[in-house]
Write a protein that binds this ligand. Structure first.
Ligand code: ADP
Ligand code: MG
Length: 354
């Protein structure tokens, strides 16, 4: 288990729940490929380790060679985002910034895009890309550690939003013995990378429809040859073999799920997971799983699934309704809340009975 979506693959796939979520998506995807259809109607499917998880591209198009070339382009741009934003890589642009956090650094364009999106979406109080030192305290990738009050307050102090001057950034805090400040775009980078992949698939016109998924975030492009909708299943947060909700739509769209079961440990009967409330540095309570779906970018969906998870079910439902998004929540009591996308009746969310 690792703490970032950009963490190294082996740690993320050793029987972690992310792997199981992927399995649930795979179930949903197999349902939508009708048996006996001609090969021209079948997608070319390529699955590779990337973004600390497994990325699958399903792409439709007339010419298999051109479709394959577009898929290669898509994986290349995913790697480029990873090379910039992976806080856990020794060689990424973000790692270089985090190595000397109190000096001015030029922000990579991908990071600027994420910071601008957080502001535009109005979720800066619940989505913070500076929690690296706080996340690390929990040692989700190792044995799990419950931070002391002192550790938490020191880490939160260093995590306070850095000074930004256009596209430059530096932290203002002081390093403590237990925490270093650091940028962590792990809650958004997957969405951004999938947007770039979709652009690459679309660039040369060879791909008529595609679904790109990194497990917890999925983006779609265009449509399937038979006009059937894209379909994505959301698993039960405590039983990955069970699909709790199925979202369907045609055309471009995005879906992200944030769950308390991706990276977690239990200590003295308390469940500690990787989505933290920036105000307290402790795991956000109130929600087990939150999915947003709509006609927005993968980036927006990824930011919002994390931010609305932190906000809690009531605020999340209010935000989704006000912004025309579909949302599906399983709260900490196991109760479900579903709001269809009011702005778009062609997006359907249906809950499976338990
Ligand atoms: P996943 O990576 O499992 O798809 P998310 O998109 O919700 O899930 O991102 C969770 C990751 O984002 C955490 O592993 C951590 O690196 C970071 N993170 C945790 N809490 C927050 C927060 N409140 N705001 C921004 N990033 C966060
Ligand atoms: Mg997210």
């Amino acid at each position: 288990m690792r703490t970032s979506i950009l963490a190294a693959l082996p740690a993320r796939t050793e029987g972690t729940v992310l792997g199981r979520r992927f399995f649930a998506l795979a179930i949903a995807l197999t349902l939508i490929t009708p048996a006996g259809c001609s090969s021209a109607d079948k997608p070319i499917t390529v699955t590779r380790p990337a973004l600390g998880t497994v990325v699958t591209i399903n792409a439709y198009g007339e010419n298999p060679r051109d479709v394959n070339a577009a898929i290669e382009d898509a994986f290349a741009v995913i790697s480029a985002v990873e090379a910039e934003l992976d806080a856990y890589s020794a060689t990424s642009t973000i790692a270089a910034i985090n190595a000397a956090p109190f000096e001015w650094h030029a922000l990579p364009a991908d990071a600027v895009e994420i910071l601008d999106a957080i502001e535009r979406l109005g979720v800066a109080e619940s989505f913070s890309p500076t929690l690296l030192g706080v996340v690390k305290l929990y040692d989700f990738g190792g044995d799990g550690h419950v931070p002391t009050e002192g550790e938490l307050s020191a880490a939160l102090q260093t995590a306070s939003m850095p000074e930004r001057d256009d596209d430059r950034v530096r932290f203002l805090g002081i390093a403590s013995s237990t925490a270093e400040p650091g940028l962590d775009f792990g809650g958004a980078a997957k969405g951004l990378a999938l947007d770039r992949a979709r652009d690459a698939l679309n660039a040369k016109g060879a791909v008529t429809g595609a679904l790109v998924t990194a497990g917890s975030t999925t983006v779609t492009l265009g449509s399937k040859p038979d006009g059937e909708p894209w379909r994505v299943g959301v698993e039960d947060p405590r039983d990955a073999t069970v699909v709790r909700m199925t979202a369907e739509w045609t055309g471009n769209g995005a879906l992200s799920t944030s769950g308390d079961y991706q990276h977690y440990f239990e200590h003295n009967g308390v469940w500690y997971h990787h989505i933290l409330d920036p105000k307290t540095g402790t795991p956000a309570r109130g929600t087990r799983s939150l999915t947003v779906v709509g006609r927005f970018s993968g980036l927006d969906s990824d930011i919002l699934s994390t931010a609305l998870f932190v906000d809690g079910p009531d605020a999340a439902l209010a935000y989704a309704t006000a912004h025309g998004l579909g949302v599906y929540i399983i709260d900490s009591e196991g109760r479900t809340h579903l709001a269809s996308a009011p702005a778009d009746s062609s997006i359907s969310l249906s809950e499976q009975s338990e």
